[in-house]
Every structure is written in C-alpha cells, then in structure tokens.
Write a protein that binds this ligand. Structure first.
Ligand code: S3P
Length: 441
C-alpha cells in the first residue's frame, strides 16, 4: 500500500506571482520578488511586462525563482502610446488582469492565447471595461480571444461595478483599470467571498484602494503619483498543496508537513472542507508575509476506523475553493456517505470544462458520481477502494493532470492519463515533489 511521508514546500503561489509581476508596473524602481512561481502561466505575464518596457531579471533556482523587475513607473507608462500584441498562452489570469492594466494606458493592445484560453469567456472583463470607455474588437468568436482593445482616446469613466460573477480576476482587472482613470471613485464587489490578494498587494504598495469590510466593496481612486517600489515574498500555493492535502488524507499511513502555505481567507475551502470531513490538519507557525497569511500545514491520514465523511458545499462557498474542488471531489469519492456540491457551474469556465471532465474521470475510476443542474453528487465508497484503471482525460488542463496522478496512487490500479506535461502550467516540479514523499509498504 503506498502512502506519503515527509515534508514538501509547495511552489510559489500562482495568483500572487502574477500580481507581484503586474503590480510592479504601478511603481517606479526595482521590485525584488522572492519565491516566485516560474511556470507556463507566470512566464506569459513576465513576457507581457517586458513588452510594456519593464525589465526583468529571472533567477530560476528550480523550486522557486527570484525575479527582479525594474519599472519606469506608472506615470511614465501612461505617457506612452503602445501598439502591442500579447500571447497569454494558457493563462486566464494574464489575459484578464493585463486587459485591466492596459485599459488604463494609451494605445492598441491585441490579446490571444492557446485553444483553451480562446474557449474561455472574456465578456466578464471586457463588458465592464467597455462601460469604462475602452473600445473592444473581437477578431474571432464574439466574447472570446483573440481580441483587441483601443485605450486612452478618452479618460476612463469611474463607476460602480457590483459583479454578477464571483471572480477575483475580473475584480482585479477593474481595480487596475480604475487606477488608470483620471478622476472619480470606482467601486467593485463580488456576490461571494473570493481571494483578496489584489487588495492586500495594492494596499501593501500604498495604492489608493480601500475596503468596506461589511459590504466587501472595494473603492479605488486613480493613481496620480508614482508609488515607491517594495519587495514581495510569495507564499506557497495552496492550490498546489491541495493535491498533497487530499492525497495524505485519503492514503492510510500518510503524514505530510506542507511548509510555507498561503492561507488567504478567500482560498481556504479545501482546508475547511477536509477538516469538516474529519481529516486531521493542523496549522503551525502562522505568520503574515507581505500582507498575506501564511502557515505550515501538518496533515495525517484518518485512522481506518474513522473514515472521512461526506459533506455539502453550497454555492456561496464555491469561489473560495474554485481551483481545489477537483481535488476535493477525489476525497469525496473515498469518503463515507454523500457529498453534494451546488452552484459550481464556474468549473466549466476553467482551463477545461472541469465539471464534465472531473465527473467523467472519477466515474471511469470507479466513483459513484452524478452531475446535477449546477454541480455534482458523489456517493462515497467508504471503506471499499476505488478500482482505478479507467481513462483519465485532462484536455491539457494542469489541475486534472495532477489529480489523475494522485488518483492513480490512491486507487487499486493506476488511471490511464491522457498526458501529464500540462502540469508545467502551475507546478513544474510536481512529480519530483511527489516522488520525494512517496513510500510503499
Ligand atoms: C484567479 C482567480 C480564479 C482562479 C484562477 C486564478 C486569480 O479565477 O480560478 O486560477 O488569480 O485571480 P476566477 O477569477 O475566474 O474565478
């Protein structure tokens, strides 16, 4: 029986690395970013910034990179007229956040990406940006990349944006655009709690943003003076850690220490849910790093007589675990009783249609899964193991690839994974880290 034992330092957080890079454009001077994630997605952001005239020096030390960004300053960027094309690869965060940043600048900006990115909805960002005064042209299908935005003909309009979708990417794009306006206050909010990395990082840099904690409305004023540069230290990525948390919880005899993991309150559904299911996860050495809460997580497998229990996840909770729901679904399949996930249609909007592929793959592996109108139900197998051995399609989606590897270890027979190369999008060292803690009795 395989189990996991030892210590892992998950790679730098993808969301925070994107923000540390992109927000460097708002300051003047050198920003030193430590423990950054260097992966397919963050390279797309780094390349885009180089096109905007920032200079980047990347020191890739394998597990974590150090990136020095030298920025001419936001006021300097605003004085220029650009004519640029960006290839955002597979990265939804790059294309959406960069659209917001460029909205505040002057010129013509073309955006495109791979087949997965072209499939994803861009209206959620581009409609509000049009309301602010950006002109948008779609070159292919309406509402999708490739598209062009024409910016800076007129000052951007400030306004109120209560978003329909609980998306931190959209929220951040509007924050960036609002900073590029010339007058007035912009307010933005999401229906449910999402990751607030942008607010934390912008406040850390001294940008004109405030938060009303009761209504969760952010107010942003135009950034009219240069901000001094500040360094960033990026926490470990809880979305990457999630695969190990779930693996250790479901594989008997496991004990893992996951060091230096970011526990932003908008991303802790995986911890809260595994604990509710009965998993033993303790947070140690809790601290704050550049405005972000960070800790070490110690996770044990549950004793055989105390099986994980099925749980219900409501729509309001989904955004705080949107990237970890696939991993949680695997835990549901190994639990005792029924697990129900509601309001999870956003899973269809990710690097693949995760709702469909996740349920199909788990079912091929022997799980009892039923899709519902807006989510899924899993009847856990309790004590009896999943057989595995079935086809596991990833559609080049990094999170499905990593989940397939974990499922293969936990099931009786390995799943037949379509590919695993896509892991490089967010966790290039996943296999190495896994091998370092893999044990067999
Ligand atoms: C992200 C927000 C989430 C998440 C994505 C990263 C971010 O997307 O799924 O992986 O960095 O803001 P949405 O904003 O579309 O929910």
């Amino acid at each position: 029986m395989p189990f996991l034992r030892g210590e892992i330092s998950p790679p730098g957080d993808k969301s925070v690395t994107h923000r540390a890079l992109l927000f460097s454009s708002l300051v003047k001077g050198r920003v030193h970013i430590e423990h950054a994630l260097l992966s397919g997605d963050t390279r797309s952001t780094a390349k885009a910034l180089a096109k905007l005239g920032l200079s980047l020096n990347i020191d890739d030390q394998g597990a974590a990179a150090t990136i020095d960004v030298v920025s001419p300053g936001y006021r300097h960027l605003k004085e220029q007229s650009f004519d640029l094309s960006f290839d955002c690869g597979n990265s939804g965060t790059t294309i959406r956040l960069l659209s917001g940043l460029c909205a505040g600048l002057k010129g013509t900006f073309r955006f495109d990406g791979d087949a997965s990115l072209r499939r994803r909805d861009m209206t959620r960002v581009l409609n509000p940006l049009s309301e602010m005064g950006v002109k948008v042209d779609y070159q292919g299908a309406d509402g999708h990349a490739p598209f062009t935005i024409h910016c800076g003909d007129k000052p951007l309009k400030a306004g109120n944006f209560p978003l329909q979708v609980s998306s931190a990417q959209v929220e951040t794009a509007l924050m960036l655009a609002a900073l590029g306006g010339e007058q007035g206050e912009t307010r933005v909010s999401t229906p449910y709690l999402v990751r607030d990395h942008s607010y934390r990082a912008l406040a850390y840099l001294g940008a004109p943003i405030s938060l009303d904690r009761d209504s969760r409305v952010y107010t942003i004023k135009p950034l009219l003076s240069e901000l001094p540069a500040r360094d960033f230290v990026v926490p470990g990525d809880i979305s990457s850690a999630a695969f190990f948390l779930v693996a250790a919880a479901i594989m008997p005899g496991s004990e893992l220490l996951l060091k230096n993991v970011g526990i932003n309150p908008g991303r802790t559904l995986v911890l809260d849910t595994l604990r509710r299911m009965g998993a033993s996860i303790s947070a140690q050495n809790e601290r704050e790093v550049c405005g972000e809460p960070v800790c070490d997580l110690l996770v044990h497998s549950t004793a055989p007589e105390k099986r994980l229990q099925g749980v219900k996840i409501e729509a309001s909770q989904v955004p705080s675990g949107i990237d970890e729901l696939p991993a949680l679904a695997l835990a549901f399949a190994f639990a005792e009783g029924t697990s129900l996930v509601e309001g999870a249609l956003e899973l269809k909007q990710k690097e693949s249609d995760r709702l469909r592929l996740l349920t199909e793959n788990l079912s091929n592996a022997g799980a009892m899964v039923v899709t519902t109108a807006d989510g899924f139900v899993i009847e856990g197998r309790g004590g009896s193991n999943m057989k595995g051995g079935g086809l596991w399609n990833t559609a080049l989606d990094h999170r499905l690839a990593m989940l397939g590897i974990i499922a293969s270890l936990a099931c009786e027979a390995p799943c037949l994974l379509e590919e695993t190369e896509s892991m490089a999008v967010s966790y290039p060292r996943f296999q190495l880290d896994l091998e370092s803690v893999y044990r067999h009795m």
